[in-house]
Design a protein around this ligand. Structure first.
Ligand code: ADP
Length: 202
């Protein structure tokens, strides 16, 4: 059985950057955002339930979920967001369990942006790793990466757990306030810890 390290952090904190470094050292990676994306691609398992619940208008000509149309609906109608989540969350959960079962890696990172907000994956995580940086750094990176303005970046962050709440769940923290080069030594040190912890459960 693979050892499960739940990886979380606010938007733009550096989760994807850190995940790539762990993978370069041999870690497994399961990303719940990627799974959600696959489920809503043509022939994805969520497509027919979305068509039934929302109508064909929400499926594009290629058979994928019409993301922009859905985004507008969800923005205007919070109950629609809930209905979409009721479709996606159980399917994501099922995929995660299947992929963990199949993982041949000593340990697997399970990337869950809203880990502490939803709580679902805390139950199956052996360990929680939080990627942390200060709010100003986070906002600057989100603005650069996504072309959002400061108030748009802040609006997304306001929907996520506050930094202190997230940190309260952490077994391990990677500090990403510095340059990208400062990440690698932190990842190497934790990779060693996770390989050791994994050998104790197997
Ligand atoms: P997340 O997956 O948590 O949203 P990313 O790993 O995508 O965050 O990082 C957000 C943005 O910030 C990306 O454009 C990434 O290249 C950049 N970034 C991450 N860490 C650093 C760093 N230490 N220094 C400079 N840029 C960084």
């Amino acid at each position: 059985m693979t050892y499960v390290v739940a990886l979380t952090g606010g938007i733009g904190s550096g989760k994807s950057t850190v995940a790539k470094l762990f993978c370069s050292l041999g870690a497994g990676l399961i990303d719940t955002d990627d799974i959600a994306h696959r489920l809503t691609q043509p022939n994805g398992q969520a497509i027919e339930p979305i068509r039934t619940t929302f109508g064909s208008h929400y499926i594009d000509q290629h058979g994928a979920m019409a993301r922009d149309v859905m985004r507008h609906l969800i923005f205007a109608d919070p109950s629609a967001k809930q209905r979409l989540e009721q479709i996606l969350h159980p399917l994501i959960h099922e995929q995660v369990l299947m992929m963990l079962k199949q993982s041949q890696h000593a340990y697997t990172l399970l990337a869950v942006p809203l880990l502490v907000e939803t709580g679902t994956y805390l139950k199956i995580a052996n360990r929680v790793l939080v990627i942390d940086c200060g709010e100003a750094v986070q906002i600057a990176r989100v603005m650069t990466r996504s072309g959002l303005n400061e108030s748009e970046a802040r609006a997304i962050m306001a929907k996520q757990a506050p930094r202190e709440t997230r940190l309260a769940f952490a077994d391990d923290v990677i500090n990403n306030n510095g340059t990208a080069e400062t990440l690698y030594p932190q990842v190497v040190a934790l990779d060693k810890v996770y390989n050791e912890l994994s050998s104790k459960i197997n």
